[in-house]
Design a protein around this ligand. Structure first.
Ligand SMILES: [Zn+2]
Length: 390
């Protein structure tokens, strides 16, 4: 899935692709993922593309967001221009766009020496981090941008000469605040300025760390990592990825897509059908979970209304070394409940709880023969591990 978005990266490292071009590329990727075709309607997508572009830890598939990746790549040129000024292409006019300049400002920090190579207005040299441009934006709107360095600006407060027009009240407030900041600055004539990249532990720029800055701030999803690191087959992991997102094509989701059908659950024939009901609240599924739990002598209770919370707590009852196998077991039970639902809907056949558990045992043995999983030994969980976090 990452191959197609990788193809335009060479161009995007230099040029900003227009939105329509990025949309076309992502449309073909969506078609490949959901339909196995290069063209698929939006209704084929079970999960929004933006959510798939989140990292595994954030609950996505780790597909690169093309727009953000392009910005991260172009930020590299700005970094090289500053960090390695001896490069032969330095005389070529910079192609930096506004977005990559923002990224560079957010990720870089100047360690002031003599201040002779640091831009007073645009570089991130302020003691608390950030640049004058971003920390004092109202004042900056009155500035006629020049390439004055920190050393030149602080000499006789020459930076004031770049300010044009009468300042507004807010700009005057920022002007006075900037004076306070500058009052605490002392330059070291004996050393040169240096630059570090804050987002990387070694202080050196990497495209990956720039991409991390751009995609930061999303909520984390602990189940994402658990699902994809489990020992289940990939197709079952992908199913589970959809199930925890309530994205399977259950009756409620089909109704939202305009299908006219009875929303009744085919497993218990009582309540409405949704992912949450089928995998947690349904009386049929509850019986399955109880039977599996008894068979494995698990000390945890069956899934409650909070499936994610239940899973995170339940895996703590298993020895750390067996948790990926336990996770595969949770995925297997959920997957076979879904297959039983599909058999009832599309084939008109129904298995009892006992029959379904027998099928699970067979499938588990197949996974074991394939070397995916091993036997679970829940009785051997050390007390210390039970109290540890994930
Ligand atoms: Zn039900």
């Amino acid at each position: 899935m990452n191959l197609a978005p990788s193809l335009p990266l060479y161009f995007m490292s230099v040029l900003e692709l227009p939105a329509w071009a990025i949309n076309e590329i992502e449309k073909k990727c969506r078609g490949f993922l959901w339909k196995g075709d290069e063209d698929a309607a939006g209704s084929c997508s079970l999960v929004a593309w933006e959510k798939l572009c989140l990292s595994i830890e954030q609950g996505g598939l780790g597909i690169r967001n093309l727009c953000l990746m392009g910005i991260a790549l172009r930020t590299r040129w700005i970094w090289l221009r500053r960090a390695e000024p001896e490069r032969p292409w330095m005389r070529v006019a910079p192609l930096a766009d506004r977005k990559s300049l923002h990224c560079f400002a957010a990720g870089s920090k100047v360690l002031l020496g003599n201040g002779a190579s640091t831009s007073f207005w645009c570089d991130s040299w302020l003691p608390d981090g950030g640049s004058v441009q971003y920390r004092f934006p109202i004042l900056f709107s009155f500035v006629k941008l020049s390439d004055i360095t920190v050393a030149a600006a602080l000499c006789d407060n020459s930076w004031i000469a770049d300010i044009r027009g009468g300042l507004s009240v807010q700009a005057m407030g920022e002007y006075l605040a900037l004076w306070d900041v500058i009052a605490g600055i002392s330059l070291d004539p004996g050393s040169t300025d240096s630059m570090i990249w804050k987002a990387a532990p070694n202080g050196d720029f990497s495209v990956q760390s720039a991409y991390s800055i751009l995609s930061a701030g999303r909520t984390s999803c602990p189940l994402g990592k658990i699902i994809w690191k489990s020992r289940a087959p990939v197709r079952c992991k992908f199913f589970m990825f959809l199930a925890v997102r309530n994205a399977c094509l259950t009756a409620d989701n089909l109704q939202r897509r305009g299908w006219k059908l009875a929303p009744i659950c085919h497993l218990c024939s009582k309540d409405g059908e949704s992912c949450q009901h089928i995998f947690q609240a349904c009386t049929f599924s509850q019986q399955v979970w109880v039977k599996v739990q008894a068979r494995l002598s698990l000390s945890c209770s069956p899934p409650s209304s909070d499936f994610a919370g239940w899973w995170l707590a339940a895996r703590q009852t298993v020895a750390k070394i067996d948790r990926k196998t336990f996770d595969a077991g949770v995925i297997l039970v959920t997957w076979l409940i879904w297959k039983e639902r599909n058999a009832r809907v599309f084939e008109g056949t129904a298995s009892s709880v006992t029959q379904l558990c027998a099928t699970m045992c067979e499938e588990w043995e197949t996974w074991k023969s394939a070397g995916l999983v091993t036997s679970l030994n829940v009785a051997a969980v050390p007390a210390l591990e039970r109290s540890q976090t994930l």
